[in-house]
Design a protein around this ligand. Sequence first.
Ligand code: SF4
Length: 765
Amino acid sequence: MSSLPVDRSVRASHLAYRVCPLCEATCGLELTISDGAVSGVRGDRDDVFSKGFICPKGAAFDRLDNDPDRLRRPMVRDGRRWRETGWDEAFGIVAAGLGAVVAAHGRQSVGIYLGNPNVHTLAGGLYAGGLARALGSPNIFSASTVDQMPKHVSCGLMFGDPLAIPVPDLNRTAFLLILGANPLESNGSLATAADWPGRLKALRARGGRLVVVDPRTTRTAAMADQHLAIRPGTDSYLLAALANEIISSDLVALGDLADRVSGLEELPGLLEGFTAEVAGRVCGIPASTVAALARDLVAAPTAAVYGRIGTSTTQYGTIASWLVDVLNVLTGNLDRAGGAMFPLAPHRRPGTGSGRGFLLGRWSSRVRGCPEVKGELPAAVMAEEMSTPGHGQIRAMITVAGNPVLSTPDGGALDRALSGLELMVAVDPYLNETTRRAHVILPPPPPSRSAHHDLAFPDLAIHNTARFSPASLPLRDGDLDEATILARLTLIALGEPDAAPRLVDDRVIAQTLGDAVRDPRSPVYQRDPAELIGLLHGSNTAEQRLDMLLRLGAYGDGFGAGDDDGDGPEDASGTGHGGLSLQSLVEAPHGIDLGPLQPRIPEILKTPSGLIELAPPQIRQDLERLRAGIDARRDGLVLIGRRHLRSNNSWMHNLGVLNSGSNTCTLQMHPDTAAELGITDGADARVTSRSGEVTVPVEVTDGIRAGVVSLPHGWGHRLPGTRGSVAAARPGVNTNLLTDPLAMDPLSGTSVLNAIPVRVQPAPS
Ligand code: SF4
């Protein structure tokens, strides 16, 4: 193995390019480096994906990177006192504590929670899954079950692969139907696209049409051709009615998918009764509007249906996610330019067109019996798994880059449960509302001091690219890179605390290359693994792992595989973009453009049938629950969430420029609702749910449907013992004191975070 020439020098002032790790849009940043720190940021105009776009969070990258409240050294808690310590002592305490818990209670007594920022670092992408598996426990949790798991489940059932998620082909579509998403504020989710504002404007400028379904008049809804202010939690009824309308009007047009689907003949029966009239009544949208929308969708030259958080974090989240892609199929828009397409990430290879399919419920949670989904249990059961005595009770917990006390249901119960653990270890740069309960905190360095490559988002990107960002700055004395932290924890979990961290990578590399040389479809078939290992580049073994993935991937150089077809070295993608390696990305600081999305059916399918399963049995069964809900009472006040452009994760509230002005934690409500409740703008209201209550200032706005109130998430920085001076000065309230841990979409285990029944009254003065 050899090293790449990564620039680790500290000059007076120079520029460095890196991909922003702060949200899914993955914009390219141009950093100014002065005096050993990031001193300025702007969008990288030459970035092949974002072309200079940047948002206020990315523009604050320097201040987030330099936040004085970030922890610099491992922290150990003795009672209520924290003290800094060295890395060896910290890992020693972890190894002893974890070993004692496992010896006394078994591996199932350890749990792990992986927060959302894990998917925004190279180390998180490479090691977090391995660490979870190394624990050998069923108690694996992540942010996915408060966010996106319904989409994984519906895609797993339909396409055989929970990671095969179609994304709207934003650059080419003529009609975009967005439900429950506000990409002008969130910058997109499960659809990676820098500059949503520019792309949606371009859609309309080329004569395309944008329809937004949302209870709020979000910034995205405000720019739409049509905005349907739906009743929260009812998107499945609207989507089912659209599909039913298309089928019953004989408007199904599968196009190239005609021979690729199974279960089409079952849809009329499954959707019977979900009419435009029913949707009109349930969703609060005129039936004629629903029927017209179905016709518009069919008539558009190309169209894509895209649903996000408002559709997935409801009691019918998986059904809604399934219906989104049923509509894309029925209108012939799945897997075609301008429709909903499957990206091909640089580290992936095209598939074989069939597989074993997607399994659910391979194990269940101990207390409530919630089924496993995609290798994890619902985050909503974490607290009860810690606090309920008995065999298998969680007694030790590892959190990696997460603040679940603020981001998962019934944060108060979780906070109490965490306080009773025998051991809690947090990999986190902040002493926050969750990590204050840890016994040991292991802080990774600021993002500028780590190399970066997104492993998750190229699977979701609306255009294929490849980018790599070397570390922009060297580690400081006393820093330990995140890869080494996670590798050492993995070895502790495996019972090898004294092994060298590189052993984790060496094993993965040996295993992956060993498999590849035995695979006739691999570009390295029948080659010598030892020779291939010697060809790997990278400044450390984590980067060498990445080099291996890129070179084996769809656009990879195949470790020098032949150029038989004249399109460059190995090119499994069929796009003519071959020859990718870590070296080639280092030499292209603004990234490499791998072209627009290409049709991928049938090779992407991993269903046993090799077909798109339009009527999976689990969905068929769950539709009865949807049908039973048609006549449910929907006249009460309900709470929904909302995003703000300057906020994403809770730690972003610890920066003045992001935690100020209009970025406030208020309870939005319509003037009619406010009048009915006797509440005025700016006054405090008490909000009560089945789970808890908060008192929060009211913001009266006509940009929300009457009968609906809205709170942003990630706030509630009032708890003692944290270290976030700016966040504590403008704390807001924790909306997850109101969310109900018992309310979830049963197929995906995902919490209901939208349409929560609440009572609102003026707060006592
Ligand atoms: S949109 Fe997302 S990726 Fe782009 S600059 Fe903002 S936070 Fe960073």
